[in-house]
Design a binder for this molecule. Structure first.
Ligand SMILES: Nc1ncnc2c1ncn2[C@@H]1O[C@H](COP(=O)(O)OP(=O)(O)OP(=O)(O)O)[C@@H](O)[C@H]1O
Ligand SMILES: [Mg+2]
Length: 596
């Protein structure tokens, strides 16, 4: 079986779920799947048909009485052939089940890999509007959908069994065959008619299930807020309506499925009575042998079982496929931030950054308005402004987390929209305002931007970020796990891990968004020295509320209501007696007031 390779590039997914299944799940193991289906169908048909036939043969043996010397040998031969065939079917059964035990995990792996990779390539906007837990359960629905699709194989073989057995009964008694055929047709028509409401109900049920599970994950991951505000009851009240809705949707969906097969089941029981009476009449007239009665009853049982299987499987299939279709539609949203088709890697020679008439809005209200800013190569710029002024948004645009609504951003003369996103982000070391971690080791978290980093490099980066002290004091040192999103670290330790990450990456452009806000003054001074060394020759944008950290910057930009209102060195801005001077005066290590 071939394995699909993901190259980490964003690829559009096929529009329809079926094409997705073929391309990403079935194609890499097409021949294996075809062989499995062939084996499964042959086994099912042969096994189910041989059962009534063998019963007829055994009863026929006794029915004719002991017929001379050869009877025993003949009987032994008959029994031998029957048992031998069952043994062959057992082997076929084991082989096809073992094959399924191979293709199912591989399909699961391929689907999960493709979808997770697709979701990872989605823009930040995709995540802004979604709950991660819900995304995960939608991926699982799509996986289950693929596996369930192969229940069609069982439906095909079941149809084969039904038709073959009906043909065999026809050779004995056409009335019984007609009864079987009539009820089979009724069952199929009935199932098809019921399919629409069942699919609709199951779609609703799966949607409310994944919404609920998303909100539960969200609620659990916010456990610290829950603890702090004694929010357990509130969370229950918040989740309760979702639970109730989900419960009702599930009940409705199961009820419809049940209805789908209970009525035919009654009908079938009544028909069984009719068939028995029919055979009684035929026997009294001497038109049917005991072995033929045994055969007919056995066929009746096999056909009943198989039709029941179809009647139960179709709603389950529509249920699961309905959920998979819905989930696929939700996940398969076009990626709104994409590399241009002819995108070239960004070439950073010096690291000059230009914002040209940049305006941006998340929704209706503009956050940045007609902003022009040129940062010279190697220049160190401080970005200041009240909370909500648009500082983080500005650097988000530079990293192309969002595209400007108007205007252009250039790095060394290249429009960042025309270069590959990977090369752009490789050129930037970014320390975010609230650094998050993976629940992995300190080593893995630090080396995230440079997976092939040597121990010496990792240790040196940690030292520069003043993180080596607490790491070496930890029980397992660099191998210590940091907990969910870094919960086992203090805010300042998390920040230092993020700083170490940036040191290790050592990209030509450095962006610090409140990078040292959680550190004590002593540690901050230690890190500032390292930053100064790092920033040498690197274009740097440092955002800070604590203005003292920006005093040595080449230039300070003051952002207010999405526009640059002042720009200059610390000293020149103080002399200007504008907003910066005002902020400086007000500040004694505190923070700025939120902007209305
Ligand atoms: N993902 C988003 N969706 C919608 N609006 C957003 C989003 N992110 C930020 N905003 C809004 O954009 C405005 C600017 O936010 P931004 O994060 O750039 O401010 P900031 O200057 O970095 O503030 P702070 O100093 O508090 O970090 C705010 O009003 C904020 O509510
Ligand atoms: Mg911010």
């Amino acid at each position: 079986m071939k394995q699909k390779k993901t190259d980490g590039k964003e690829q559009a997914l096929p529009k329809s779920l079926w094409r997705f299944y073929v391309k990403y799940a079935a194609k890499p193991m097409m021949w294996f799947l075809i062989a499995w289906m062939f084996l499964f169908i042959s086994w099912d048909i042969a096994n189910s048909t041989w059962w009534p036939m063998s019963q007829q043969k055994i009863v026929a043996l006794f029915e004719n009485g002991v017929t001379g010397d050869g009877f025993f040998t003949h009987a032994l031969w008959t029994i031998g052939i029957i048992i031998w065939l069952f043994l062959v079917f057992d082997v076929m059964n084991t082989v096809h089940e073992q094959m399924a035990a191979h293709w199912k995990p591989l399909a699961r792996k391929n689907i999960s890999e493709t979808l997770t990779n697709y979701v990872h390539n989605q823009s930040i906007t995709f995540y802004n509007n979604r709950i991660p837990g819900k995304i995960n359960s939608q991926i699982n629905y799509i996986i289950t959908g693929f596996e369930t699709l192969f229940d069609f194989t069982a439906i095909i073989s079941t149809l084969g069994v039904i038709l073959l057995n009906m043909g065999l009964v026809l050779s004995i008694n056409k009335y019984v065959a007609m009864v079987l055929l009539g009820s089979f047709i009724f069952r199929v028509v009935y199932s098809v008619l019921m399919m629409k409401p069942v699919t609709k109900a199951s779609k609703t049920a799966s949607e409310s299930s994944s919404t609920l599970s998303g909100h539960i994950v969200d609620s659990i991951s916010g456990f610290s807020i829950v603890k702090l505000f004694n929010g357990a009851r509130h969370e229950e009240q918040y989740l309760d309506p979702l639970r109730v809705k989900n419960m009702k949707d599930q009940i409705k969906s199961s009820f419809l499925q049940r209805i789908m097969w209970i009525i035919p089941m009654f009908l079938w029981d009544l028909l069984f009575g009719a068939v028995l009476v029919l055979m009684l009449v035929l026997y009294m007239r001497g038109n049917i042998k005991v072995s033929e009665i045994v055969f007919t009853l056995s066929v009746y049982q096999v056909v009943q079982g198989n039709i029941g299987y179809i009647a139960r499987t179709i709603p389950r299939l529509t249920d699961t496929i309905g959920s998979a279709l819905h989930s696929y539609q939700e996940l398969n949203q076009p990626i709104d931030i994409k590399d241009a088709p002819d995108a070239e890697p960004l070439v950073v020679s010096r690291g000059k950054i230009e914002f040209k008439n940049v305006s941006f809005r998340y929704k209706k209200k503009y956050v940045l308005r007609d902003l022009n800013l040129t940062i010279k190569a190697g220049e160190r710029v401080g970005l200041v402004g009240t909370s909500g002024a648009g500082k983080t948004t500005l650097v988000n645009l530079l990293m192309r987390f969002y595209d400007p609504t108007h205007g252009q951003i250039l790095v060394d003369g290249q429009d960042i929209k025309t270069v590959t996103q990977n090369s752009l982000r490789n050129a930037i070391s970014f320390i975010p305002q609230d650094p998050t971690m993976f629940n992995r080791t300190l080593r893995e978290n630090i080396a995230y931007g440079k997976p092939d980093a040597t121990d010496a490099e990792i240790h040196s980066a940690a030292r520069k970020a003043a993180a080596d002290g607490f790491i070496n004091a930890a029980e397992k040192k660099y191998e210590s796990m940091v907990g969910d999103r870094g919960i086992k670290l203090s805010g300042g330790q998390r920040q230092r891990v993020a700083i170490a990450r940036a040191f290790l990456k050592n990209a030509p452009i450095l962006i610090l968004d409140e990078a040292t806000s959680a550190l004590d003054s002593e540690t901050e001074v230690a890190i500032q020295n390292s930053f100064e060394k790092l920033a040498k020759g690197h274009t740097t944008i440092a955002i800070a509320h604590r203005l003292s950290t920006l005093r040595n910057m080449d230039r300070i930009i003051v952002l207010d209501k999405g526009q640059i209102i002042e720009s200059g060195t610390h000293q020149s801005l103080l002399r200007k007696k504008g907003l910066y001077a005002n902020l400086w005066k007000m500040q004694s290590g505190g923070f700025l007031q939120e902007q209305e």
